[in-house]
Design a protein around this ligand. Sequence first.
Ligand code: ATP
Ligand code: MG
Length: 463
Amino acid sequence: MVDSGTILIVEDEQDMLLGLQRILSKQGYCVDIADSGAAALEKVRQSDFDIVITDLKMPGMDGIDLLRKVKAEHADTLVIVMTGYGTVENAVEAMKLGACDFIAKPFDADHIRMVVRRVLKQVSLTHENRFLKQQLKGSRDVQNIIGDSGRMQDVFKVADKVARTDTTVLLLGESGTGKELIARYIHNNSRRKNGVFIPVNCGALTETLLESELFGHEKGAFTGAVSTKRGLIEIASGGTFFFDEIGDVCPAVQGKLLRVLQEREFMRVGGTTTMTADIRIIAATNKNLEQCLKDGSFREDLYYRLNVIAIRLPALRERKEDIPSLAQWFVRRFSKKMQKNISGMPRDVLEVLMSYDWPGNVRELENAMERAVVLATGGQTIQLCHLPDKILQAQLNDGTPASGLSYREAKQQTVDSFNRDFIKRLLKMNDGNISQSARQAKMDGANFRRLMRRCDIQAEEHK
Ligand SMILES: Nc1ncnc2c1ncn2[C@@H]1O[C@H](COP(=O)(O)OP(=O)(O)OP(=O)(O)O)[C@@H](O)[C@H]1O
Ligand SMILES: [Mg+2]
């Protein structure tokens, strides 16, 4: 298993320092080293580490001193201290000063790995908490919703207005256009923002599941109901309920939902008291509900209850001007997550992204950018060869190279795509054998390898 996280090891004994570095690097962590407290502090000030592992006894600034300074300047960085034989008191002091764990020397590799993994779990929880808090703040910037196009600005205008009310909202739009994102945005900007946001995928609900999940049940209501259970609607009280994929709900469930919407009242299964549902309802679907009304698969009364304020999320192809900022944002996000420092993308890549139709909308773009960041070399930019074939192919089939490309750029793009297809096919025919493929192509082995590198092709993937 490969793990991720950034670690600084501080130790004045060279052998120990390098040994630890080897153990943790092998595990997949990004490891830096320092042989004194002063050098470590310098590094901590320059970059962000998840964990600092420090020896306690060092000449000059010792581990306790370093711990104090790191905690004062970077409260979020977790510090693990290493203590030699007979210095347990020091470890206790270190824990009091904010160290999160200690390792007694001598130790074995397995123990170190286990402690680091446990501490890193704590790091990801802290990050998650910070993220949740940010989400609650609710502004578009904080939530990272991108959309400068006129079409998206119109969406935000309505969303901002409706957020101030308790009105039911119906979000329409193709798959991947950002319906759930806008639902959360409305919640986070409403008076209910400190309450919960509960999304429920209605398509997955059967009638029985719906009843007990949404409304809860009393003890003994049916076999297996050994205790009283609160339903999601009760739990969501004071918050927002998001009925996702509302167009996929079966007729029996539609009737039940209608009651919730109409009366804002419900009863636990097996219960006798009527309860009030204090929830704002937001529903979403990628189906054409009017068509569903016509063919009888969706109830008209439910439709009118839901369709108080409808917001239609435009498809990405209808707001292509948002593509560059969305793509750049996704690259930044994934590059940070994978610690690859990818510095955006050149114009030819953007041109291809702009000329594609994105049937899977923002989600498809997000996935394409994640894949591109995985394939790209750290410290460099995204290249055409990192885009899925489907996207490059669409452009070739179109016959027109991306607008604004020079003859040389357009030719290069076509050549790159040809090379990639050619090599992949050859490797496949030769079961991933590079020398055999090169021979068949009447190419020199080294040239063939160079071309493979240029196209980012791994032989093993094309057996
Ligand atoms: N304007 C945007 N800015 C940033 N990210 C976006 C934007 N719109 C969508 N996304 C991202 O694209 C992905 C798909 O969005 P979301 O799940 O909200 O779409 P959806 O309309 O609910 O799709 P589906 O109908 O398939 O459920 C998510 O990861 C979301 O964060
Ligand atoms: Mg969705």
